[in-house]
Design a protein around this ligand. Structure first.
Ligand SMILES: [Zn+2]
Length: 314
């Protein structure tokens, strides 16, 4: 069990798929990969870039016809990846390498499955290992592997689902969040069904959630204040947009709720009435959910608070 005043920590994960258009040049590049061909672009200075540029770095013009390169190439530079991360090309240790494909003047970044760092070197000849089911993505090249010429048993693959012109990039961020001492005290209060704030010793303002330091005076706040579950909607918005993972069905209200006795509002859901009924000044109270957290706020039915009573806390 952790120390009762030690900062709380919890793993957090942010994950979404980023879908975007590839544009005319990279669409051709990816479509060719699905046919196990690699394309480059010849620039105004005669140099061949692979992958192809979208705009010539010399003339700023889009490329003309794309030219085939490789598929074999030479390692120009590399870095060993001893502990691959989830989502990287290979699960076993591999090299990230800049590979200059035959016929190209620039290098392209990809993974090399060399087995060990000792087998990697600048100047190493490599060839692509193609995916069994190409999909028109950079991952149609699983990785590169040491060797020259076509790999053994390199029968043509069977095209999978190719979405021309689009690519989906999965984005995932996994990290450990450490709450500040103030946040930790607030969260521990919630677990006990209490709403904790802090009062600044200089300006007397009460902040909830607690933040440890007064943002106006810069002084450490030490006086703990327990606040009631009731408050006032100072402002709000009606959420009409649906999104993946949404836990409440739109339309619903996200509001700034000023707890009685606090000098700053915090944001929460207002449920328990039609979204169209929520208004500035509406009196609400907390509805507790499982595991010591506020599920949402709901109208109390009291008369609305006067605008003057919360105007300075918007
Ligand atoms: Zn202050």
């Amino acid at each position: 069990m952790s120390h009762p005043t030690a900062p709380l920590r919890a793993p957090l994960e942010i994950e979404f798929d980023y879908t975007r258009s590839l544009g005319p040049v990279l669409s051709q590049f990816m479509a060719a990969l699905a046919e196990r061909r690699i394309l480059g672009a010849r620039g105004a200075d005669g140099r061949v870039h692979a992958p192809p540029f979208e705009y010539d770095p010399v003339s700023a013009e889009p490329p003309g016809e794309l030219v085939p390169v490789g598929p074999e190439g030479t390692v120009v530079s590399w870095s060993w990846m001893p502990e691959p991360l989830d989502g990287q090309p290979l699960a076993e240790p591999f090299a990230w390498a800049l590979i200059r494909l035959d016929g190209a003047d620039t290098a392209m970044l990809h993974a090399v499955d060399a087995g060990s760092a000792a087998a990697m070197r600048t100047g190493l000849r490599v060839r692509p290992r193609w995916a069994e089911r190409p999909a028109g993505s950079i991952r149609d090249i699983v990785c590169f592997e040491p060797g020259d010429g076509p790999p053994d048993g390199s029968a043509p693959g069977h095209a999978g689902e190719v979405t021309p012109g689009m690519t989906i990039t999965p984005v995932r961020l996994h990290y450990m969040h450490t709450a500040s001492p103030g946040e930790s005290a607030y969260l521990r209060g919630l677990a006990e069904g209490r709403l904790l704030g802090q009062r600044c010793g200089v300006c007397g303002q009460v902040y909830v959630p607690t933040r440890g330091t007064c943002p106006a005076d810069g002084v450490t706040m030490t006086e703990e204040v327990e606040l009631p579950e009731s408050g006032t909607v100072t402002t709000f918005c009606v959420v009409n947009v649906a999104y993946p993972g949404q836990r409440v069905t739109p339309p619903y209200v996200a509001a700034a709720v000023l707890l009685d006795g606090a000098d700053i509002a915090f944001q929460h859901l207002v449920l328990g009435c039609d979204a169209s009924e929520v208004r500035m000044g509406m009196r609400v109270r907390a509805v507790w959910g499982e595991s010591g957290s506020i599920s949402h706020f709901t109208p109390t039915g009291e008369p609305d608070a006067l605008y003057e009573s919360y105007a300075r806390c918007m």
